[in-house]
Design a protein around this ligand. Structure first.
Ligand SMILES: [Cu+2]
Length: 331
């Protein structure tokens, strides 16, 4: 508590001493809130999975493509600028409230213009906008310039599922529907030797889009009926699917695994039930899958699931072997 209140309160008015104590306390409180916010955000970064959103997630999903990595960096850059501006404005507000309230400053100044200040508060925001615009345009060009493609996939939004076409590999087309029941999701996990958490409710599908890892994928997006949007957060992809029009984007998945997104255009009653799942596999797995899929997609998916299952079993066997070797060497 404040030591001697008689000295501080004079005729119910706020004194400079009281104001100084108040400012110090507010600064301490704000610092604590800011530290807590930083901690929660960083905890979120550490916990996210590349593939899907998590409970209580605050930050982006972990990036799995060059575009998303750059989006992420740009976001942090803007965040730093925003925080600096907010803190500056907050400090100015607190200073004015404390220094120029009726108690501490009973005779206000009548000054209404100050040319230097007016020039500064016009020029500084312009400079800030220019500093933001340069990396922003650079990022936009990076997203929009499609590199030499190793593979083209066409995604067609249909009410309410996605169709995928592989024009480079026999022009086959298949539909991708959400898995509706817990049984179908756990069966999918069993078939591919994975865990059921890899096939979440509202995100897991029967037939995933399959692409090879570390290859430039040109994605053509369109719709069969109404407006949809193809969005996959971990790859930094979001493209409108417009009937009668071909939109184009690209991604390069940097890690194997399964990645989830959703339709991001309010398209109708089952908008929430047309998820997007992209399975990223090795070159050999992709070649085997795409060759089989040209004839029969379901058979190709079974083949791929078998390959993934044996890959996982092999990995767990070698993990056990490594652990045993480590245990031997420590004895
Ligand atoms: Cu949709």
């Amino acid at each position: 508590m404040i030591g001697n209140t008689d000295h501080i309160m004079i005729n119910g008015r706020m004194t400079a001493q009281w104001a100084a104590v108040l400012t110090k306390r507010m600064a301490k409180g704000l610092a604590a809130v800011f530290a807590l916010a930083c901690f929660v955000m960083l905890a979120g970064v550490g916990a996210v999975d590349a593939a899907q959103p998590l409970d209580w997630q605050l930050h982006f999903q972990e990036s799995a493509s060059p575009v998303m990595t750059k989006i992420h960096e740009f976001h942090i850059f803007i965040l730093v600028i925003i925080v600096a501006i907010v803190l500056l404005v907050l400090a100015l507000l607190i200073y004015c409230m404390v220094r120029y309230n009726a108690g501490t400053n009973p005779n206000p100044s009548r000054t209404s213009h100050n040319t230097t200040i007016e020039v500064v508060w016009t020029v500084v925001p312009i400079l800030i906008l220019v500093i933001i615009a340069i990396p922003s345009f650079r990022l936009l060009f990076f997203e929009q310039t499609i590199p030499e493609a190793d593979l083209t996939v066409k995604a067609v939004g249909v009410s309410w599922y996605w169709d995928y076409e592989y024009p480079d590999n026999g022009d086959f087309r298949f539909s991708s529907f959400m898995l509706e029941t817990p049984e179908s999701r756990s069966e999918k996990a069993t078939v591919s030797g994975g865990v059921v958490e890899d096939y979440p409710r509202l995100l897991a599908v029967d037939n995933e889009m399959v692409v090879p890892v570390n290859k430039n994928i040109r994605l053509i997006v369109t719709s069969d009926d109404v407006l949809h949007a193809f969005a996959l957060p971990a790859f930094g992809v979001k493209k409108d699917a417009v009937p009668g029009r071909l939109n184009e984007t690209w991604f390069r998945a940097e890690r194997t695994g399964i990645y989830y997104g959703q339709c991001s255009e309010l398209c109708g009653v089952n908008h929430a039930y047309m998820p997007i799942a992209i399975r990223v596999v090795t070159d050999e797995q992709f070649d085997a899958w795409v060759t089989a899929a040209a004839d029969d997609v379901e058979e190709a998916n079974r083949l791929l699931a078998g390959m993934l299952k044996s890959e996982r079993q092999l990995a767990s066997v070698s993990q056990v072997g490594d652990d045993a070797t480590r245990a031997d060497s420590t004895e």
